[in-house]
Ligand binder design. Structure first.
Ligand code: HEC
Length: 149
């Protein structure tokens, strides 16, 4: 019996951790985690493009494919009402997002367009990474310039 209680407590612990967060804190954590993943995959591609990391076709393709996959996730759903940097701390999301959510979504869709085919495009040589990074980076910047503090 004691084991059963212990097992139940362990299983419930992660759920409890989520339940303690309010929806706004939760949404901010989710979207920042998403961007951290984007950045981590971009970072490896960038290191390879610069020659700081040896070009490896499989590794490059994996990271570019991760970015492609991430852009299929519905990230804008985590930009819920009341979660701008005018409402709460610990976020860089500008209120401008909520003034034109349609454009914000369009900017995210543009990242998806930029990422389409990236997993294959970075194959075939180190020199193929740069153009992909340039395309992706342009889409990151277009949104950051307007919507990130
Ligand atoms: C549709 C708009 C949009 C696009 C496209 C976008 N970002 Fe962002 N990014 C944001 C916003 C808004 C924040 C601030 C989120 C917050 O603090 O709640 C952010 C934050 C970040 C952060 C900081 C995360 C943290 O932990 O605070 C990183 C890193 C980042 N973006 C990288 C990227 C990269 C790399 C790309 C392109 C591959 C990209 N972003 C594309 C809007 C965008």
């Amino acid at each position: 019996m004691r084991y059963l209680i212990l097992a139940t407590a362990i299983a419930a612990a992660p759920l409890a951790a989520f339940a303690q967060d309010d929806p706004v804190a939760q949404a901010i954590k989710a979207r920042q985690g998403f961007y951290t993943m984007l950045g981590a995959n971009m970072g490896v591609l960038s290191a390879m493009a610069k020659g700081d990391m040896e070009y490896d076709e499989e590794v490059a393709s994996r990271h570019a494919a991760n970015i492609e996959a991430l852009t299929q996730y519905d990230l804008p759903m985590h930009f819920i009402e009341g979660s701008s940097n005018a409402d709460v701390e610990d976020t860089a999301a500008l209120p401008a997002i909520w003034e034109d959510m349609e454009d914000f979504r369009a900017k995210f869709a543009a990242l998806g367009d930029a990422a389409a085919g990236a997993g294959d495009a970075v194959r075939g040589g180190q020199e193929n990474i740069g153009p992909v990074l340039g395309q992706l980076g342009g889409a990151c910047k277009a949104c950051h310039d307007q919507y990130r503090d």
